[in-house]
Design a protein. Structure first.
Length: 338
């Protein structure tokens, strides 16, 4: 891929140029309320393929199409039913991606050849202004594949400098974790990824929701899942993540002995503690809810920059299903329950 200079622009100075870039078949990174996205016009196959190249994304992993409202969503899919209508009315704009059968207006490469498309109306004025200017925008998170998602413009720059001409800087993302992904293409709604809209909130609107294999436990080798993202290594720093859950006091004790034995072995652990209990040993970053979720990815990136070999992670708010899911995936599902 040809390298191009990457500029970080404020939305005020960059929006018209960003719209032109998209219309010419280029890429633009932009803020949403969840994480930054790497966008291209969803109807333009060649532009969409640039997204996969820039991220190093597996070609079997479909993208979310960002829309400006319900009418635009309906124009891209088949089978927009009562459930879709009620979910969108309740949660859009916001962190909910709805998987429906796609129609011919969505390029097949957006969906990695699958017959469905994930649709979401973001709750961010810059994202919505881009959609008004350029139409439906296909956009995954704007990180290199496998890395933690970007929650500020600098994170995008670290991963994609030379690969995207414009990054619109909207400051730090409000939520900091990606959207909920819900499949309503068939009769039984299925959750593929927990996010800002909770399972209970979904169930209040559509009744029973199945949770896909791969969300709370690893997919066993050879098994198929309907959302390819569940199979890929995700949300992880280079450092190895060791995760504790359960009784906070017991977690702190185990963190300390793990930290001490790793130090004794001559490697470089850092601690990410999200609980209320004080942790006064080691090289520790400590946050509490709700900042913890918002800062989580930024912290994983920092651990890599510090040259950490291990991240010792604990104290997470276990009622936040999205944070639990990302922590499990960062740790490759290796969790010690105490
Ligand atoms: O909050 C978000 O969702 C952010 C912002 C930029 O909107 N986007 C994002 O996109 O996180 P991405 O590509 O990093 O994650 C999309 C996830 C992937 O795991 C993918 O496999 C799944 O959604 N997905 C997308 N389209 C799908 C489809 N048609 N069927 C099943 N899963 C799908
Ligand atoms: Mg992603």
């Amino acid at each position: 891929m040809k390298e191009r200079e990457t500029r970080i622009l404020t939305p005020e100075e960059g929006l018209p140029e960003a719209v032109r870039e998209l219309r010419m078949g280029g890429l633009v990174a932009f803020p949403t309320e969840t994480v930054y996205g790497l966008g291209a016009i969803a109807a333009d196959g060649e532009a969409v393929r640039k997204i996969f190249a820039a991220k190093g994304r597996a070609s079997d992993n479909p993208l979310i199409v960002h829309v400006g409202g319900i009418d635009m969503a309906k124009s891209l899919c088949v089978g927009w039913d009562e459930r879709a209508q009620r979910l969108a009315e309740q949660f859009w704009p916001g962190p909910l991606s709805l998987v429906l059968r796609r129609n011919a207006r969505v390029h097949a490469d957006v969906s990695a050849g699958m017959p469905t498309v994930a649709l979401r109306m973001p709750k961010h004025p810059v994202a919505l202004a881009l959609i008004r200017g350029a139409g439906p925008i296909a956009a995954p998170s704007a990180n290199s594949s496998g890395k933690p998602s970007p929650t500020c413009a600098q994170h995008v720059y670290e991963d994609l400098a030379g690969k995207v001409p414009i990054i619109l800087d909207g400051g730090h993302c409000e939520r900091g974790l990606e959207s909920t992904v819900l499949d309503i293409a068939g009769p039984h709604p299925t959750l593929y990824r927990p996010g800002g809209v909770t399972l209970a909130q979904l169930q209040a609107i559509v009744g029973d929701v199945a949770v896909s294999p791969g969300v709370n436990q690893p997919v066993l080798a050879g098994n198929k899942v309907s959302s390819p993202g569940l199979l890929h290594r995700h949300y992880a720093p280079v450092a190895k993540v060791k995760l504790w859950m359960g009784d906070p006091a017991a977690q702190v004790r185990q963190l300390q002995s793990s930290w001490e034995s790793l130090k004794a072995a001559g490697v470089q652990p850092v601690i990410l503690w999200m609980g209320a209990e004080p942790v006064d040993f080691g090289n520790c970053r400590s946050w509490q809810s709700p900042q913890a979720a918002r800062e989580y990815y930024g912290w994983l990136r920092l651990a890599d920059q510090l040259g950490a070999t291990h991240v010792l992670l604990g104290g997470i708010d276990e009622t936040d299903a999205a944070l639990v899911n990302r922590a499990l995936r960062s740790a490759d599902f290796q969790v010690t329950r105490v």
